[in-house]
Ligand binder design. Sequence first.
Ligand SMILES: Nc1ncnc2c1ncn2[C@@H]1O[C@H](COP(=O)(O)OP(=O)(O)OP(=O)(O)O)[C@@H](O)[C@H]1O
Ligand SMILES: C[C@@](O)(CCO)CC(=O)[O-]
Length: 504
Amino acid sequence: MSNGTNGVQNGLARLQIHGDSNGTSNGVNGKLSPSLSPDSPRRKLDRKMSSPMMPAFMVSAPGKVIVFGEHAVVHGKAAIAASISLRSYLLVTALSKSRRTVTLRFPDIDLDHTWNIDDLPWGIFHHPSKKKYYYDLVTTLDPDLLAAIQPHLKDVSLGKGDVERKVHQNAATSFLYLFLSLGSPKFPGCQYTLRSTIPIGAGLGSSGSIAVCQAAALLLQLRTLSGPHPDQPPEEARLQVERINRWAFVAEMCIHGNPSGVDNTVSTQGKAVVFQRTDYQKPPVVRPLWDFPELPLLLVDTRQAKSTAAEVAKVAKLKETHPKLVGTILDAIDGVTRSASELIDEEDFNSEEVESLRRVGELMTINHGLLVSLGVSHPRLERVRELLDHEGIGWTKLTGAGGGGCSITLMKPGVSREKLGRLEEQLEEENYQKFETTLGGDGVGVLWPAVLKNGLDEDEEGGMEIDLENFLEAPGTEGVEKLVGVHGGGAEREGWKFWRLENH
Ligand SMILES: Nc1ncnc2c1ncn2[C@@H]1O[C@H](COP(=O)(O)OP(=O)(O)OP(=O)(O)O)[C@@H](O)[C@H]1O
Ligand SMILES: C[C@@](O)(CCO)CC(=O)[O-]
């Protein structure tokens, strides 16, 4: 699995907050439409004009790990989550004016589908009783709108197996719901091509990051977002992030059924956050953790596929059957998250000191135990914990929805190389995958137009246009990172821009 390399030592991911990585090259800027921005030289854009309206552009959003509070967060409790350096990349290319189609190309899941724009159910989505605007807060899916999409799903991935088709139909539903809500019958013909370096269904927020990419791409196409640009005041950046996040939540609802919104929130704004949504009719309360400590973390993928929707439904069912008992467990998880948040806020908290790590680690162990009691662990997750506990290497919990997916381990300082080596061999032997990723990086990013400086194949203007076929054929996650990655194999890469929310 590819990754950014910052902060990775001996296979450990270090929780760290990246510094500013805004490039200074031209991009989406100011309140004007991106192609009319005064900072975007006409000459460069002319080269990129695949349509008279819009250059090809790219958006990217990260995955996440939940450090504390998964599942409880669906029931109104707090969670702590951080973005990771694994990301999704969505390339948007406009078609010529005469081509009235919209295509989704999601090669990671083998989905390729085209709709005629004029055949889509615009009438109902634009009916005054239904119409939503880019600034609206949508907290539930409208069953009539979902029903109107159904006939347009019946040809998606015909001939594929039921399970694969369901995944494709979910992905198509979330795209169409956003496209029809935000777009109009006059929308230009487009192709949306997505590649992701986040393993699917591993608890690392793959669906949240795709939801963010889709929302950001459509809002940019509608010219409703300002920036990102380096001098943008944090207040203005915050509003753009809020708008993207609201619509990303709608896309997440189409895939998950009942998401809390923590995944799309941390994917949109990046870094680390304490998140809580007590009232689903209102936006969540989100407290950014700008100074989240660098924690030595090991991420292990069980390679056991799971569905977040199924795990969330399992907990809801258990709660329905044993409301008091499950309520107590959810409260206890909330207590763990709050203790962790207080602990890392303490002035003398030091992520390199044993005592500080032990206190966070114990909270992780308790959190895991509570998740086990909710029935969302898996024998493969328990096996990882057993291996790590046996070697006395650290404190382990599942992360994300559970039922498979990933675990995180807070490593004890001073573990011998010999022990680590033994652990690595054992994990490999038992078909686990160890991840190396940096935590706390940037949220949603924009590359407008889709031109990068790669040090390879640059044209006479010093950039390389991202070619659709190259993007599709980039070998594996490393190929994707190398071709378009926001960090381009380690260093921050000129061209990508991010909305900055920090006040300092
Ligand atoms: N690379 C991808 N290409 C297209 N669709 C994807 C991709 N990755 C994820 N998805 C969509 O997201 C769904 C997986 O979402 P799911 O919530 O089960 O896993 P996750 O988001 O990785 O885990 P978690 O929610 O626990 O963090 C897939 O079924 C698919 O619809
Ligand atoms: C399991 C869960 O809490 C986290 C999934 O990453 C679900 C959610 O918050 O939507």
